[in-house]
Design a protein around this ligand. Structure first.
Ligand code: ATP
Length: 321
């Protein structure tokens, strides 16, 4: 069983990415699981080249620092040749209507002259990511379900039109993990692509920056520390973060402070401690470009070795080469 998970370098890795995904990936991974930094997917909206390169490197280093085995890790664009080829074959397997029906495209790009064609076709590239690595399970949130469904449809259609080449993947619901909310706006989830928000904590933030962000976290005027997500979303978010960093439940965490100021300080210190080894290891890696390049090249080679037989088979059955 191979599970494939990715993270897009659309911003610096934030606390929600770490507590909700990366930390769990490292702790629960099976030997066949695969992880990748999806830099090609970060190009569907206007981007800055230098920033994309730096963010890709940073995310790759964070994933290694978090404990993900280098054998199971790669950068998407290191496979651009293989992916580009399969992407074209799958675009020629997918109808325009199927791509245009994707809810994310309808919400973010449909009908706008300036929106990139890549925004329409990136679910097909996502299908190529999945099928090329032979992943049979793709842990995704509900916003990506429809894209995995498209990958299933394309795999089935390809296999029945040309011959059995691809495993048909299925979306699996990741085990419930912390869903971290923006400290400045607990009504929305913390997101790495909203760097202008003062309520996004990045895993590489300096301790003092983390303290300042928590000190300014939005709470309420009720002045009571109870875990009540509906009535007190800001306080509940702080309790969930504290619980995730100290290995307790949010209900238990509620007993650890009597004032909001105390609670904010306790959460900030717990987060700083939780992130300390990750920050240290990531900065070591970022300061050792040769080692980082070595690990990256190794991951790229392993990913290409997994991809090549399927790609060659796809060429063969479709009448190419
Ligand atoms: P973007 O701002 O580009 O949408 P993002 O921060 O939402 O980025 P993704 O790259 O879409 O992050 O997701 C990477 C992983 O992090 C996914 O598994 C996603 O479920 C998880 N994740 C993202 N944000 C949070 C959050 N606030 N709480 C918990 N998990 C999160």
């Amino acid at each position: 069983m191979t599970r494939l998970s990715g993270i897009t370098p659309s911003g610096h890795v934030q606390l929600g990415n770490y507590l909700g995904a990366v930390r769990r990936w490292a702790a629960e991974r099976e030997p066949a699981d695969l992880f990748f930094v999806s830099d090609l997917h970060a190009m569907t909206t206007p981007h800055r080249p230098q920033r994309l390169r730096a963010l890709t490197r940073e995310q790759f280093a964070v994933l290694i620092a978090a404990g993900i085995a280098p054998d199971s890790l790669f950068v998407q664009s290191d496979l651009a040749g293989e992916l580009g080829a399969l992407n074209w074959i799958l675009e020629c397997t997918c109808s325009y209507g199927e791509a245009a029906r994707m809810v994310q495209f309808k919400e973010r790009g449909a009908g706008q002259d300036g929106s990139r064609v890549g925004l329409l076709t990136y679910p097909v590239l996502m299908a190529a990511d999945i099928l090329l690595q032979g992943a049979d399970q793709v842990p995704v949130g509900s916003d990506q379900d429809q894209h995995v469904e498209l990958a299933r449809t394309l795999a089935r259609r390809f296999n029945s039109s040309y011959g059995q080449v691809f495993a048909v993947p299925e979306a699996v619901v990741p085990r419930t993990a912390a869903r971290v909310r923006d400290l400045a706006d607990p009504g929305r989830k913390m997101e790495k692509s909203s760097p202008q928000s003062p309520g996004v904590v990045f895993v590489l933030d300096e301790p003092d920056v983390i303290r300042r962000k928590f000190r300014r976290a939005v709470t309420d005027g009720l002045d009571r520390i109870r875990y009540a997500p509906d009535d007190q979303p800001g306080v509940a978010n702080l309790l969930e973060i504290l619980a995730a960093c100290t290995g307790t439940s949010p209900y238990t965490a509620a007993g650890s402070a009597t004032t909001y100021a105390e609670l904010k300080e306790a959460v900030a210190e717990a987060v700083i401690e939780e992130l300390r080894p990750l920050r240290e290891r990531t900065s070591e890696l970022l300061n050792d470009p040769a080692e980082l390049e070595r690990v990256r090249a190794h991951g790229a080679k392993r990913a290409a070795d997994r991809a090549q037989p399927r790609l060659q088979a796809a060429f063969h059955v479709t009448g190419l080469r």
